[in-house]
Design a protein around this ligand. Sequence first.
Ligand SMILES: Cc1ncc(COP(=O)(O)O)c(C=O)c1O
Length: 267
Amino acid sequence: MRAYVSESKPLVNGSPSYGAPNRTARTIGASVREIPVDANLKLDLDGMAEAANGAGLVFLCNPNNPTATTHSLDNVSAFIRRVKSNSPDTAILVDEAYIEYATDTTVETAAAQALEYDDVFIARTFSKAYGMAGLRLGYAAGRPATLAKLNAAWGLGDLNILTATAAIASLNEPDHMVAEREENSRIREFTIDAFREMGYEASDSQTNFLFVNVRQPAAEFRDAAREQGVMVGRDFPPMEQTHARISLGTMEEMERAMEVFRKILET
Ligand SMILES: Cc1ncc(COP(=O)(O)O)c(C=O)c1O
């Protein structure tokens, strides 16, 4: 954010999407062009590409948090091409924090596409599917000159040996991630189907959470669930009057959670 946005260089983000970039941009004094998601709760790539003209940075969250939806690598590539041809100085960050959970095979990392342009980079994290949030490790991929700009704008700090060792150990066990993705997908299908059987729709999730139209304020749904021992995530404006973000747990936890949700939604 600090490398690319400023008072005269706005940030472009989806709405709703990951909120941290918006907060950082506003701290710097930059404005934020928030582009609503489409009817399927996918990022509106056309709208974001138009808004990118003259912007400092476009934040493209793929999969998108909190709506859980994705765009194919083809769509992301076309988006990058379009933005870099219409507004060459605009940077693009493709945040792939949840991409390990995607089972749709058209959803792939845009790392290679990032290498084709200056000021385009992807970001990955060990905080989600790798389960290492407390160890604080992520990385970016882009051209060396792009990464040098990031480093100059914001010291990236040191990496401790425990974190580095854990990351190397996880990368050396790719089968574990395959199993994690499959188990998450099994739980995700169960939970989406259970909502659907009750007449409630969730977006096409490619992540480890669902964004469900609970047809009531998320706060009411959350409070009712908490009273019965199930925790549901915070509000995600501007959709907090109708949609709740529900993180997936183990199969046993989701079976229990669905019993609670059924009581809340069917009374
Ligand atoms: C979309 C997205 N990107 C990035 C992050 C940041 O993860 P971390 O700072 O733990 O690597 C999060 C965490 O919530 C996220 O949801």
